[in-house]
Design a protein around this ligand. Structure first.
Ligand code: PMP
Length: 391
């Protein structure tokens, strides 16, 4: 009997639904830098990653509009064919300047960056050591590379040392990869210790600074926040889609490494360049970050105020998790906050480990003090609940 594609899809969806794991996009209209419209509800957005409000910034929009008029709507070809239009060079120069590296390579997205970078640098003769809570695209990039991937418990440098002692010698090259700011917990990687281990065991340290740029290290990101430089962290990737307010991914690195990536990373070569307007908007967003330290400090200051109000530990970034455990609790909390006009997304497995469903709160520069106050009030009973679940 021929297998029916529709039937396969329907059954799989039914199974996911029964397990409470079916997902679908939620149409959301952005009203301004603070608020969104979902259905007929106006909500203050505590879920997006537009940490600085730059996705709605007039200077960024104006730069994008000018590039749209000058260069057209589409990238039209890969950067290695005709897609390397003038705004790209400016963006890569701006990125390298912010991160203090010799060069930068821009990709179509952060996800594409990680799918391309890891396989361009290591293969089956090599070793990748990865924090257990690294973002999915680092895991996928590592798998694609064919290198042996060994994961270590989150931020546990003793466990990492044990794995290095066990596996390092047998491998040719070793890549040590970590998020600099963990996307679902908001904590920072112990970068100084990781850099010391990388030096001791002859590994290349790579960070995913998706949630660091614009928010920590005065806006320069995780490496600067840890007091390190491009020699200690030679591979700093990230995304332009969060604090920078646009779209695209990047790798900031040494000159020769950037050249190698441009010639070898498949997700750089075999995909169309970003639209010129997006590229120019990204550059304008980065300039705002470089020139406005007060703007970059605001998300963390608001996170700090929220945590103080709720009796939580001082946050390290703009992300505050309230871990509730069971999926249904996280969904109930999300619904309760929606009733109060607050959008705080519930995050469930497999995005986070089983039994750690949570509310993931992002504090963003456009939020007002009274937004944070309203959030603290609505969250308080759920924070109590979370501490009961944890004990
Ligand atoms: N790394 C991390 C840590 C992320 O949180 C994300 C976005 N969710 C990415 C990479 C992917 O970036 P992009 O959205 O640009 O593909």
């Amino acid at each position: 009997m021929p297998s029916s594609l529709r039937q396969h899809a329907r059954r799989t969806l039914d199974d996911l639904e029964a397990a409470g794991r079916r997902r679908s996009p939620a149409p959301t209209a952005v009203l301004d830098a603070r608020r969104v419209l979902r259905g007929d509800r106006t909500l203050v957005d505590f879920s997006s990653n537009d940490y600085l409000g730059l996705a709605r910034d007039p200077e960024v929009a104006e730069a994008a509009r000018r590039a749209l008029e000058a260069h057209g709507a589409g990238g039209a070809a890969s950067r290695l064919i005709t897609g390397d239009h003038p705004p790209y060079a400016e963006l890569e120069t701006e990125l390298a300047a912010l991160k203090g590296t010799e060069d930068a390579v821009v990709f179509g997205s952060g996800y594409l960056a990680n799918l391309g970078i890891l396989p361009a640098l290591v293969d089956r003769h090599d070793l990748i050591l990865a924090d257990k809570l690294n973002h999915a695209c680092l895991v996928d990039g590592a798998r694609l590379s064919g290198a042996r991937m060994v994961r270590f418990p989150h931020a546990d440098t003793n466990a990492l040392r044990a794995r290095l002692e066990r596996y390092r010698e047998r491998a040719r090259h070793c890549l040590l990869v970590t998020d600099s700011v963990f996307s679902m917990d908001g904590d920072l990687a112990p970068l100084r210790e990781l850099a010391a281990l990388a030096a001791e065991f002859d590994c290349w340290l790579m960070t995913d600074d998706a949630h660091g740029i614009g928010v920590v290290g005065g806006g320069a990101g995780g490496t600067t926040a840890a007091g390190l430089d491009a020699e200690a962290v030679p591979l700093q990737m990230g995304t332009l889609s969060k604090a920078v307010g646009g779209y695209g991914g990047y790798l900031c690195t040494h000159g020769e490494v950037a050249d190698l990536i441009r010639t070898r990373a498949r997700s750089f070569i075999y995909t169309t360049a970003l639209p010129p307007a997006t590229v120019a908007g990204n550059t304008a967003g980065l300039r705002r970050i470089r020139n406005d330290p007060a703007l970059c400090a605001r998300p963390r200051a608001l996170a700090s105020r929220l945590c103080e109000r709720l009796g939580l530990a001082e946050p390290a970034s703009a992300i505050v998790p309230v871990v509730l455990g069971a999926d249904r609790l996280a969904l109930a909390a999300q619904e309760d906050l929606l009733e109060a006009g607050l959008l705080v997304q519930a995050i469930r497995p497999p995005t986070v480990p089983e039994g750690t469903a949570r509310l993931r709160v992002t504090l963003r520069a456009p939020h007002t003090e009274s937004d944070v106050e309203a959030l603290a009030e609505a969250l308080a009973p759920w924070v109590d609940r979370a501490s009961m679940e944890a004990s």
